[in-house]
Structures are given as C-alpha cells and as structure tokens.
Design a binder for this molecule. Sequence first.
Ligand SMILES: [Zn+2]
Length: 125
Amino acid sequence: MLSGLLVCGRCGSRLHVSYKHGRKTYYSCGRHRRDPNHTRCPGMGAGPLDACVAQEVLRALEPAALALSLQALHDLEDERRRLDQQWQQRLQRARYEAERAERPCRPSGSSKRTTIASRRRNRRG
Ligand SMILES: [Zn+2]
C-alpha cells in the first residue's frame, strides 16, 4: 500500500515492498544492494503499518464524508419540499376544476342570442 511513499529512517532511501517467506509483505530498504559499503538497514512488516495508515486515512476522511452526507440530506429535503409544493398546486387546481364542474350550467351569451333569434323566427312564422 505504501510502497515508494515510505523513506528509510536510517539512510533516507525509499522503501520497497518485499515478501518474506513468499507470503507476508515487508517494507525494506534496498540501499545495501546498490551501495556495497552500506550496511543493511532494518525493515518492518507491512501489515501493522498499513492498518495504522488506513485507519488514519479513514479518520481524516470522516468529516468530509459527514459533510457530504449532510449536504445530500439537505438536497433531499429541498427536493421533497419542491415536490410537495407541486402536489399542493395540482391538488388546488383539481379542487378548482371539481368546483367549476359542479356549478349549475348558465346559458352563455351565444345561446341567449340563439334563443332570442328563434323567438323572433317563431313570431314571424
Ligand atoms: Zn536504509
């Protein structure tokens, strides 16, 4: 996980990952391979260090994740409020249409004219 990011505390060289007994990961300094006059530096098992760094990374990300969750919650609340407002408007419109449909039919101006015209025709005929 941290290969190339860790630096040897003794010589300052970058640590690389090796596998001890082919299974356990191990951070080790390879300077003694490049420099024959350099004595071998101590290494360390990767498991506990990786776990510690992962825990710290998660702890550092926690406030950001919490902030994102709160923002998502606010966004959802805004969306719910907007949808509720739309449904209230639709409900109001449907009530208005229902009231309008229940009103007794009044003759409109054109039918009055038709009635007057037909009376005049009846008088002449
Ligand atoms: Zn070293």
